[in-house]
Design a protein around this ligand. Structure first.
Ligand SMILES: NC(=O)C1=CN([C@@H]2O[C@H](COP(=O)(O)OP(=O)(O)OC[C@H]3O[C@@H](n4cnc5c(N)ncnc54)[C@H](OP(=O)(O)O)[C@@H]3O)[C@@H](O)[C@H]2O)C=CC1
Ligand SMILES: CC(C)=CCC[C@@H](C)[C@H]1CC=C2C3=C(CC[C@@]21C)[C@@]1(C)CC[C@H](O)C(C)(C)[C@@H]1CC3
Length: 591
């Protein structure tokens, strides 16, 4: 019997499909086993795999398409780059991977298809090829249908010399900076699947979220503030509005902005953007809360009556809502003019309401003033503590106490600890979903400026008129967030060398032991335990103080499922392997 000729030879550089995904990366053929008909290939991050011939493409397979259009010497040069030359810029490599992931998960419309064609010619072979795969609908369907089937077929193993301590942060493909920018531009033209119930969902949330805040605020003032009660009668519209309250909110935001721009504290680098650039952030949050506390203490000492916050809670919430709407309109308009590589992958559905809600620009900045980072970490978060403190004063005033009740002190302390910890470890926010992946739109602006300060303070508010194991949660929350942050910043960190990792085709590795080996979101587990601690001091006579706990379970379960599908798209079968190893999502042995 004659054997078919071996198509690829040892040493050939070809494109190998990453199992379980539709991404192709440059690989080198190491061997061919005629018995199993499998090629052993090696990716640039050192991962060896056995691939079937159908999962390998020659680089030439897609070049003619680009070549016919790309005539400039510059472009030709970038295609003929030798592997040695490609190792120049590590940051741009991230760009390619992100773009690749974006391309993978997109439902590429025919309108976009045309745009793709135009951009494709400018890209490196790797990206061009990925795009080529995505343009062929049938091929896409096949590759997307296959992952489950593939799972057992590939033999994923690490190179023997690739110890755990060794960082796997090298990319299989690398782009020059210019190319990376174009890749960024391309990625931004593609839309990720719509979250939050899509376009209809966006309408719903836009109306529901502010309504819910007002419902809570009106409900908590009642004698029997049960969440299951009928909504309280709506007060007259003018009861919502107070110009002075708006003035105070503006003053507070300006004060926080002043502290943010004060050149005190560290300048931290964010994660590489698609363009390869790393933005700098002034992480002086701890300084900001200390100065805020001193200023507030001085004001109280001077006779300023902070219980105004309790008595004008509704008007302050309305003022903050107004500001968050104006800010979101501004963000939406500027996102329409932003350079493509500055845009997040979501928020470009073409539907004004959805895009307004979700947000499209990733890091809107006015000069060096980062609006998203500022809003997420300052006025609302520090405002949360200010409001809690004001509630303690209101409780004392209302009940003629010399000191706040024990429950009030506990709630204040627990939540203060949470916020101070967030600000002390402010740098860690740079590796969270919000900062890395989500655009800045109404959802976050409203979340930061209204939702956090006016709903997270419900327990303290409740305790004003309803006098009435858990440090472990904080410990888990902080340790797990810091572990991942340290690992993402420096995978070779000697303090993390004992941790096991799974390499992925994107070059990033996944932690599979330590906190991230206990459950897939240990940070959510810690956060939930903390939420429990905040509600327990309020007792069980009403549902309202448990509102945060209930909301938080919904929020984190939803975030977890969003993150699972994002990571599944990004990391393909490496993610499946992680999920097989770490079986539970948030609560060990339960969920
Ligand atoms: N109080 C509140 O209202 C809220 C609090 N939070 C808290 O904020 C914190 C951050 O949460 P959030 O941004 O949602 O999510 P994460 O900090 O968990 O970020 C998710 C990202 O981390 C990376 N990642 C996931 N698994 C691994 C792994 N095994 N090894 C290495 N990297 C991994 C992936 O990004 P990549 O691989 O691209 O780096 C993933 O997209 C949490 O503690 C959460 O509880 C969050 C929301 C609301
Ligand atoms: C329903 C709705 C409008 C949701 C918006 C969600 C936002 C309220 C939250 C999204 C992620 C957040 C984070 C924090 C606060 C709440 C929001 C903005 C956070 C700043 C709290 C302090 C923590 O230490 C943290 C820095 C880890 C955390 C980051 C995520």
């Amino acid at each position: 019997m004659t054997m078919p000729p071996v198509k690829y030879q040892r040493g050939d550089m070809v494109m190998g499909r990453w199992p379980g995904s539709s991404l192709y990366y440059e690989v080198k053929v190491l061997a061919f086993d005629s018995k199993s008909q499998l090629y052993t290939v090696i990716y640039k991050d050192g991962t060896e795999l056995e691939l079937k011939e159908q999962d390998i493409k020659s680089t030439a397979g897609f070049q003619p398409r680009s070549r016919s259009r790309s005539r400039s010497p510059g472009r030709r040069r970038s295609r003929s780059r030798s592997p040695a030359r490609t190792t120049r810029r590590s940051s741009s490599r991230t760009a390619a991977a992100v773009a690749a992931a974006a391309i993978t998960d997109s439902a590429v419309s025919s309108r976009r298809d045309t745009r793709l064609k135009d951009v494709e010619v400018m890209l490196s072979p790797v990206v061009s090829f990925i795009m080529f795969c995505h343009r062929t609908d049938d091929a896409r369907k096949t590759t997307e249908a296959e992952p489950e089937k593939n799972q057992g077929r590939y033999n994923l193993r690490r190179r023997k010399d690739d110890g755990d301590a060794k960082p796997a942060e090298t990319r299989p493909e690398q782009l020059e900076e210019k190319e990376a920018k174009r890749v960024g531009a391309l990625a931004s033209t593609l839309s990720t699947p719509l979250d939050f119930g899509g376009k209809i969902g966006a309408y719903f949330w836009l109306l529901f979220l502010p309504a819910w805040v007002f419902f809570l605020v009106l409900q908590v003032n009642r004698e029997d503030p049960s969440l299951t009660n009928f909504p309280p009668p709506l007060p007259p519209l003018e009861a919502f509005w107070d110009a002075q309250a708006l003035g105070f909110v503006i003053l507070w935001i300006l004060f926080q902005a002043l502290l943010y721009v004060t050149p005190v504290g560290k300048l931290s680098e964010g994660m590489p953007l698609r363009s390869g650039e790393r933005l700098k952030y002034r992480t002086n949050g701890f300084f900001a809360i200390v100065v805020s506390a001193i200023t507030v203490a001085a004001a109280v000492h001077q006779g300023v009556d902070l219980t105004y916050i309790h008595s004008h809670f509704l008007q302050l919430a309305t003022a903050s809502l107004l500001i968050s709407i104006l800010l979101s309109v501004y963000l939406y308009i500027r996102s329409r003019y932003a350079a493509p590589e500055q845009l997040a992958l979501g928020g470009n559905s073409g539907n004004v309401v959805y895009d307004f809600f979700k947000g499209h620009e990733l890091n809107p900045r006015i000069k060096n003033f980062d609006l998203k980072f500022f809003c997420e970490m300052r006025p609302g978060l520090i405002g949360w503590c200010l409001i809690n403190f004001a509630m303690a004063l209101a409780e004392m005033k209302q009940h003629g106490l010399d000191a706040p009740s024990n429950s009030m002190i506990l709630v204040n302390l627990f939540q203060l600890l949470y916020v101070v910890d967030g600000l002390w470890n402010e740098e860690a926010i740079l590796t969270t979903m919000d900062l890395m992946h989500d655009g800045f739109g109404f959802m976050l602006a409203f979340g930061d400026l209204v939702w956090v300060p006016f709903t997270y303070t419900m327990q303290a508010y409740y305790l004003v008129s309803h006098p009435n194991p858990l440090i472990v949660g904080f410990y888990i929350f902080r340790k797990s967030n810091s572990e991942k942050n340290a690992f993402r910043r420096n995978p070779a960190d000697p303090r993390l060398s004992h941790l096991k990792t799974i390499p992925t085709a994107t070059g990033k590795s996944l932690l599979v032991s330590g906190w991230w080996g206990v459950v897939r979101h240990p940070n959510y587990l810690g956060d939930l335990l903390m939420a429990l601690a905040w509600s327990l001091p309020c007792g069980f006579s009403h549902l309202l103080p448990w509102y945060y706990m209930i909301y938080f379970i919904i929020l984190l379960v939803h975030r977890d499922s969003r993150d699972m599908s994002d990571c599944r798209r990004k990391y393909g079968s490496a993610w499946d392997e992680y999920c097989r190893t770490v079986r539970y999502r948030i609560i060990p042995r339960v969920y």
